[in-house]
Design a protein around this ligand. Structure first.
Ligand SMILES: CCCCC/C=C\C/C=C\C/C=C\C=C\C(=O)SCCNC(=O)CCNC(=O)[C@H](O)C(C)(C)COP(=O)(O)OP(=O)(O)OC[C@H]1O[C@@H](n2cnc3c(N)ncnc32)[C@H](O)[C@@H]1OP(=O)(O)O
Ligand SMILES: Cc1cc2nc3c(=O)[nH]c(=O)nc-3n(C[C@H](O)[C@H](O)[C@H](O)COP(=O)(O)OP(=O)(O)OC[C@H]3O[C@@H](n4cnc5c(N)ncnc54)[C@H](O)[C@@H]3O)c2cc1C
Length: 627
């Protein structure tokens, strides 16, 4: 069987221990065991099938999502899965839904911004799913500009309550995931008003729906904001609209770790930076970087396996055409994405450590690394999601026409993934935050602080900052060039963390060698892509640029025999890949043909509508022809 033999032959060429590379990719033997076991549990459960998603109506799709979520929760309880195993199960179910926001934002917000008492009250309810929460920050009129939010939370000293209100149409909460049809509660971000004075944006826990009949509570208008890009997944998520008409909540439902409002209506600032109100966004952004490596590796796995199975032109002496993976143009498009997937994996590991370190420091009232954590999570979220969104589209193109079929898995993966460039912070807005951080850092460099990083990459950042740095007053004056410097800074971090990864103990025959090749491919690919920066800032000479290019091409040849094994190391099930082109067995053509007939359009040989619309035309043509 052509495809199967091709992939079997490719696997026999591997020059490294794939099982050990699986451990490196997973992060540890324990994590590999958990993800392997849970991914197969999901793959073997018919309730979690994904192949009909793009054929269902929005209502049927959403109802099936609720069915899957209920089944997932049931399995978590039945099997007594740990929090880690439950998170893996939600990941491999691979269907954006309210659960992501309940576990991924609502609960972390209460943990990060609630007092001890508030955590003791609300977390048990949330962990047991007695309430379902979402994160309601963005409004119809404001998303990036958090300080521009209009929802009000006015303290009423008469009743010891906050009055939550949507004063304008643009203050309607708009986009929060899980809000439209499912969540019973939300953390709502609104302007704290005490005695007519505006104290800025804070978080408030608000019940939205009755726990008895799920109807919206008095003063609450709530619904879904409508269909989103593409069909299938992400339309499985009920992103919602929410308006308040003077809804009253008890004072103790304002999240009060950062600021407290006393019974007398006095605002008391605690000793933590007010920016902790933004803490959930830092947490999710570091998560999104790891998610980027998953999404990109998934697309690269599909495109790499298909590129080894697909043959086109180049008839060889044995009468067989050439594998498209052997074309240098295919390699120059595909292998940098393979390298990027590994690079984002490792920078995501580091970012997770940085986030945990910041949190531990916060416990000890050490806020010194919070600005760097914000800049790194913002910048790396921006860099990795933009590269991944572009990378998934490139993988679609690498698969030719078949990449455009839903059965390839790539269109739906692209449609689900691309909002990552917007949610949790628009990517340009976040790069401007990095630019601000760099300006402050450069201004402090005079104090003898020396930047650290790889020379050429570090030089590029320094030079770009020198060229474009000016005394900036605020966002509007930040030049587009500074965004360029911010990207350069983030790419420096990615390369540096890949190099640091290689300095760790890396067991397994040939594993370190493959990772060194991928690290060099990533670094040289970025250098090639931004050659203008490196040349214009004098970081490298034209001769060096030419040598770097030659080295990059030679590295592609080095990776070529290992490409299939490098994507096998992601250890993805066919269920998770959900792609005829990316099947482990390479049995592409028979399965493509089989999938076609499953389309409802093929339920009848003569299509519905023929008699009403087509036959009259044809008959008319026949009559005309006889005249
Ligand atoms: C486990 C699973 C997880 C679940 C989800 C997983 C994946 C995602 C899946 C699907 C999507 C799901 C949900 C999506 C949710 C959302 O989208 S939630 C809404 C997200 N919204 C944003 O990100 C808004 C973006 N805007 C901002 O962050 C701020 O408005 C901005 C930083 C742009 C501007 O802040 P602002 O206060 O208006 O002005 P400044 O720039 O002057 O900042 C003031 C100072 O505060 C510092 N700072 C800003 N942000 C942070 C932060 N997050 N943390 C720490 N510090 C911050 C900034 O550096 C300034 O400090 P200095 O004055 O310079 O010292
Ligand atoms: C799928 C999805 C899920 C989401 N889930 C949630 C959720 O669960 N909870 C929640 O609260 N929100 C959620 N959001 C909202 C999301 O956080 C916002 O869309 C995001 O923060 C961007 O804000 P915005 O849409 O207002 O865009 P805007 O800020 O209006 O940006 C529009 C354009 O203007 C540019 N721009 C804006 N400000 C500047 C500036 N200062 N300088 C230069 N350019 C600028 C941007 O770069 C962008 O190109 C979700 C969004 C999506 C798409």
């Amino acid at each position: 069987m052509a495809g199967f033999d091709d992939l079997a032959s490719e696997r026999s060429k591997a020059q490294f221990d794939v099982e050990e590379m699986k451990v490196i990719w997973a992060g540890s033997r324990h994590t590999l065991e958990v993800s392997d076991r849970i991914s197969r549990l999901v793959a073997n459960d018919p309730v979690f099938r994904k192949d009909t998603r793009t054929m269902l109506s929005r209502k049927d799709l959403f109802k099936n999502t609720l069915r899957k979520a209920a089944h997932a929760w049931k399995r978590i309880i039945e099997l007594r899965l740990s929090e880690e195993e439950a998170a893996e199960l939600r990941f491999y179910v691979d269907e954006p839904a309210f659960m992501d926001l309940h576990w991924g934002m609502f609960i972390p917000t209460i943990k990060g911004q609630g007092t001890e008492e508030q955590q003791q009250k609300w977390l048990p309810l949330a962990y047991k799913m007695k309430i379902i929460g979402c994160y309601a920050q963005t409004e119809l009129g404001h998303g990036s500009n958090v300080q521009g939010l209009e929802t009000t939370a006015t303290f009423d000293p008469q009743t010891d309550e906050f009055i939550i209100h949507s004063p304008t149409l643009t203050s309607s909460k708009w986009w929060p995931g899980g809000l439209g049809k499912v969540s019973t509660h939300a953390v709502v971000y609104g302007r704290l008003i005490i005695d007519s004075k505006d104290y800025g944006v804070n978080g408030f826990i608000v019940q939205l729906r009755s726990l008895d009949d799920h109807l919206p509570l008095p003063g609450i208008t709530i619904g879904d904001i409508g269909m989103k890009f593409g069909s299938g997944a992400y339309n499985t998520m009920d992103n919602g609209v929410l308006r308040f008409d003077h809804v009253r909540i008890p004072r103790d439902q304002m999240l009060m770790r950062v600021s407290q409002v006393t019974r007398e209506g006095k605002l008391v600032q605690s000793n933590v930076p007010w920016q902790l109100v933004y803490g959930t966004m830092v947490y999710v952004r570091q998560k999104i970087v790891s998610d980027a490596s998953c999404a990109l590796s998934r697309a690269v796995c599909i495109a790499t396996r298909y590129s080894a199975v697909r043959r086109q032109f180049g008839l060889q002496s044995n009468g067989i055409e050439t594998q498209v993976i052997d074309y240098k143009t295919q390699q120059s498009r595909l292998f940098p994405l393979l390298a990027s997937a590994y690079a984002f994996r490792f920078v995501g590991e580091w970012l997770k450590w940085l986030y945990m370190d910041v949190n531990q420091r916060l416990q000890a009232s050490d806020f010194s690394t919070l600005p760097e954590a914000h800049a790194c999570t913002a910048g790396l979220k921006s860099l990795t999601t933009s590269a991944t969104a572009d990378g998934i589209e490139e993988c679609r193109k690498l698969c030719g026409g078949h990449g455009y079929l839903c059965s390839s898995g790539l269109p739906e993966l692209f449609a689900v993934y691309i909002p990552a460039c917007t949610y949790e912070g628009d990517n340009i807005v976040l790069l401007l935050q990095v630019a601000r951080f760099l300006i402050k850092t450069v201004s402090q460099l005079g104090s003898g602080k020396e930047p650290v990083g790889t020379t050429v990459y570090m030089g590029r950042v320094e030079q770009l900052m020198q060229c474009h740095c000016a005394v900036q007053k605020g966002f509007l004056e930040l030049s587009a060039d500074l965004v360029q410097a911010a990207v350069a800074h983030c790419q420096l971090i990615v390369v540096s963390k890949f190099i640091e990864k290689l300095q760790q103990d890396i067991p397994g025959k040939g594993v370190k060698g493959q990772l060194e090749a991928l690290c060099n491919i990533y670094a040289l690919f970025i250098l090639h892509k931004h050659l203008g920066d490196f040349l214009s800032t004098g970081c490298i000479t034209p001769k060096q640029a030419s040598l770097a290019n030659a080295q990059l091409r030679s590295l592609y040849s080095q990776v070529r025999p290992n490409a299939i094994a490098l994507v096998d190391a992601f250890n993805y099930t066919d269920h998770y890949l959900s792609s005829v082109l990316g099947r482990y067995d390479g049995n592409v053509y028979p399965k493509l043909y089989e999938e076609a007939w499953k389309d409802p359009l093929n339920d009848s040989v003569v299509p519905d509508g023929y008699q009403e619309y087509i036959q009259p035309i044809l008959k008319q043509q026949l009559r005309n022809a006889r005249l």
